[in-house]
Design a protein around this ligand. Sequence first.
Ligand code: SF4
Length: 268
Amino acid sequence: MRAQRENANGGDDVNGTRERYLEAMGIQAWERRVDLPGLRPESAQVPDMPQAEPPPVVAEAQPPVSPPEPRLPESAETRSVASLDWSELKARVAECTLCELHAGRTQTVFGVGAHDADWMIIGEGPGAEEDRQGEPFVGRAGKLLNNMLRALGLRREAVYIANIVKCRPPGNRDPKPEEAAACRPYLERQIALVKPRLILAVGRIAAQNLLDTDVAVGKLRGRAHRYGDAGIPLVVTYHPAYLLRSPEQKARAWDDLCLARALLEEEA
Ligand code: SF4
């Protein structure tokens, strides 16, 4: 049987029998394909196609990167008033046009005295003589203030003197609230730089602005107040110009100065 199956599957010696069977079944006889050396299957005869190069990778366009701007130190012209030193502050005030008072001034009246004074004297604003000389409390009122200080044993040069506004109000009128407000940062910076141990507010405008009140001077004087976050002792007294017109009030003014001196000694 085994020999018969091998013959039926195509042994060369039985080709004739196999073809007859196939022909009888209607099947075309097939030839075993012989791969000849050098011939490759049809599918393998496709000539090698050149490999397509992959498209070059184009880097996505990036916006040009600018080098960082060099950081310039902020100039004294643009920095906040609260950061200025003495010379910068004085220069800023000299150029100031923040309120209408700048239009009528001969010059700004910045302030004068010791930068490390214990006493800071604050008045309302320059008069005609201060506007001319560029210094606060000159003329007759200034002389009286000097005498009051001397009676306390203080030289004018040992205290710091400034005003609520740095430019002369026309006709010696009171500074308007908006003018005082515009000028306030300059005075606050002066106080911060001096760090006085006591503030003497002379006259109504100075007292009411520093204490943010509309109470009359007569009711504010004769007692101790505190100014600002630092709680600097503050005493109110009459303006020397008023004392020149009302000399009977000088005794009260002297009492105020003695109160100020006592407060300062208490704080020592
Ligand atoms: Fe500037 Fe003060 Fe003079 Fe007004 S009064 S212009 S705020 S410096």
